[in-house]
Design a protein around this ligand. Structure first.
Ligand SMILES: C[S@@+](CC[C@H](N)C(=O)[O-])C[C@H]1O[C@@H](n2cnc3c(N)ncnc32)[C@H](O)[C@@H]1O
Length: 229
């Protein structure tokens, strides 16, 4: 189903995942872990339409293949052409597709368009996945994209997203000093929300928190499962 499995990933300034995907095994292990969580938390199954927003080079697609072979529709969307081209050349096939969007993010595509889109039909997405995407996002894009997620979800759909949230901090902060395991450098390397502020955005988008797991994801991010209110 997949065209090639061994082509090396392309180089890039802020590719994805930093040092977290040390080798192919770790890359695949985290993908399978996340597909299993999508099954448990978002009812992902072979009939699902899954939107992997900020898919990078398609890590989650590898997990879908390992667990299911294929599902009805895996759609990976990103704004870094070299990653999407790699994913498309190596991972696309029956049930797997990728779309590159030229929209703006100060870290990954600063010259992109300010017109935000998820490239999804309204009400069409059963399972939405955004791992380490809101962890690199400003406080205007975040509520706007949460609204788009609300529009894209099917009535019983669920969204699994990760982000940095803490109690008793500023509503939104870029590269907070002394926070987490890294020294944050460059635009939107780490964006941290006050938990109450992020959850206000969630509510304003017509969404509700189905599950919250504090601090166990990459670099100390938290996990949310969101659903329509
Ligand atoms: C840290 S990487 C995570 C990649 C992938 N989700 C994973 O966990 O392997 C963040 C990704 O989000 C993408 N991204 C940032 N803003 C985006 C936007 N507005 N639309 C789509 N992708 C976006 C970046 O290009 C980058 O590939």
């Amino acid at each position: 189903m997949f065209k090639k499995k061994t082509a090396p990933l392309p180089p890039g300034k802020y590719r994805m995942g930093g040092t977290h995907f040390k080798n192919d095994k770790a890359f695949i292990r985290t993908a399978v872990r996340d597909v299993r969580r999508l099954v448990e938390y978002c009812d992902l199954n072979t009939e699902s339409s899954l939107l992997d927003w900020g898919c990078g080079a398609g890590r989650l697609a590898v997990g879908v293949r390992e667990e299911f072979g294929r599902i009805r529709d895996y759609h990976g969307v990103d704004i870094q052409p070299e990653l999407v081209e790699w994913a498309d050349a190596n991972l696309a096939g029956a049930g797997f597709r990728f779309t590159c969007l030229d929209v703006s993010n100060e870290r990954y595509n600063p010259d992109g368009s300010p017109e935000r889109t998820l490239a999804a039909e309204s009400g069409s997405v059963d399972a939405f996945y955004a791992y380490s995407v809101f962890s690199h996002m400003n406080d205007d894009d975040t509520p706007a994209y949460l609204r788009l997620i609300g529009e894209a979800l099917a009535p019983a759909g669920r969204a699994l997203v990760t982000c940095f949230v803490e109690e008793d901090v500023d509503d939104w902060e870029e590269n907070p000093e002394g926070y987490g395991p890294l020294e944050w450098k460059g635009p939107l390397h780490c964006t941290r929300f006050a938990r109450s502020h992020f959850e206000e955005h969630v509510r304003a988008a017509g969404l509700a928190v189905d599950r919250f797991e504090y601090g166990r994801e990459t670099d100390g991010q938290s996990l949310y499962v969101l659903r329509l209110r």
